[in-house]
Design a protein around this ligand. Structure first.
Ligand code: AOF
Ligand code: ZN
Length: 343
């Protein structure tokens, strides 16, 4: 299943609104087929793995990171493909929450006499499929907040916006996330101060996330670097966005952040990397709209500086506390991640 998850990861950032799914076919303890879902509309992971395995799939075991589908969508049911290939056993990481599947895939396999096990590396799979699961179960994208701060908790020096906080390995990791998530979001403040490109750089075979700019008044410069193909302006229902519309930018009107997120879901965006700044992040956090946090801590001290959040303050016993925390060192920096919502 670890190999299947690695296969699935190759589709991250490319499959929305579908999940990234991987499949590995094993015959007598030898891997004979590998596959992953490359993008919505193309065949599912099982089809590629079965093609790769050919006749060697007969009597073998298929490891799939998501329950094989039982419905005719843009592609025919994977459960039927596994049955036709003569697979003897199927190991599934996570059930498919899609109401069109939801257990029917497993049932179909069992009805055909195939032995099915569910739950292998389920937590890892669910986290990998967080965007898809969030779209299906909540009608909004999975939101990952990312920032880098100094040891004294500052994201920037005062009156300076472009000084990098963390080192090159942290930067490489951030670029990988940009490659893996559907969209990257910033507030109008960050757009105005930094004029960020919001692209993926230095990742081989990488692709850029869709830029999303939260700008309630539609006052941001329509010539800013972020406004490339596919960019989205999220603005108030009554804002004058004529200049942005004229520049070919997709304008998403919303009266609240939850509405904005449903709007992004409607555009097929299943995951969002929230990259700045403090005002936008504070608003998302205050409304319980951040699902996952990824923070780099760098061994630097600034004294006075900009905090990652603007408030409001909470008493310690009401602090928003991450679960499933991981800690990793990246050169001199520490990466801490955790969840604020379940998947
Ligand atoms: C699988 N294997 O690799 C994926 C699955 O429109 P379609 O035909 O692509 O179907 C999309 C649905 O299929 C999607 O919402 C999810 O329920 C499932 N995705 N299933 O067996 C795969 N990507
Ligand atoms: Zn399928």
């Amino acid at each position: 299943m670890t190999l299947a998850l690695e296969q699935a990861a190759r589709g991250l950032g490319r499959t929305a609104p579908n999940p990234a799914v991987g499949c590995v076919v094993v015959q007598e303890e030898v891997v004979v087929g590998r596959g992953f879902h490359p993008r919505a509309g193309e065949p599912h992971a099982e089809v590629f793995a079965l093609r790769d395995a050919g006749e060697r799939a007969r009597g073998g075991t298929a490891y799939v990171t998501l329950e094989p589908c039982s419905h005719h969508g843009r592609t025919p049911p994977c459960a039927d493909a596994l049955i036709a290939a003569g697979v003897r056993r199927v190991v599934v990481a996570a059930l498919d929450p899609n109401p069109l599947v939801a257990g029917r895939g497993v049932q179909r396999l069992r009805d055909a006499g195939i032995e099915v096990t569910v739950g292998a590396l389920e937590a890892q799979a669910a986290r990998q499929q967080a965007g898809f699961r969030s779209l299906i179960m909540r009608g909004r994208p999975w939101v990952v907040a990312k920032y880098a701060m100094t040891l004294d908790g500052k994201v920037a020096a005062l009156n300076e916006s472009n000084g990098a906080v963390s080192g090159s390995q942290a930067r490489e990791r951030t670029m990988r996330w940009r490659d893996e998530l559907d969209a990257i979001a910033v507030g109008s403040g960050t757009l105005g101060l930094d004029n960020p490109a919001l692209t993926t750089r230095g990742v081989s075979g990488g692709r850029d996330p869709r830029p999303v700019v939260f700008d309630r008044r539609a006052a941001s410069d329509p010539q800013a670097r972020a406004w490339r193909d596919g960019a989205v302006l999220v603005t108030a229902p009554d804002a004058d966005a004529a200049a942005h519309e004229g520049a070919g930018i997709t304008v998403q009107r919303a009266g609240s952040l939850p509405d904005a997120l449903s709007g992004l879901a409607g555009l097929g965006i299943s995951s969002v990397l929230l990259e700045g700044g403090p005002t936008l992040l504070s608003a998302f956090l205050a409304q319980g709209l951040v699902d996952e946090v990824r923070v780099f801590l760098s061994p630097k001290l600034l004294g006075a500086g900009l905090s990652p959040l603007t408030g409001p303050t909470r008493p310690m016993h009401e602090a928003q506390t991450l679960r499933d925390v991981t800690v990793e060192t990246l050169g001199p920096d520490v990466l801490l991640t955790g969840l604020l919502q379940g998947i």
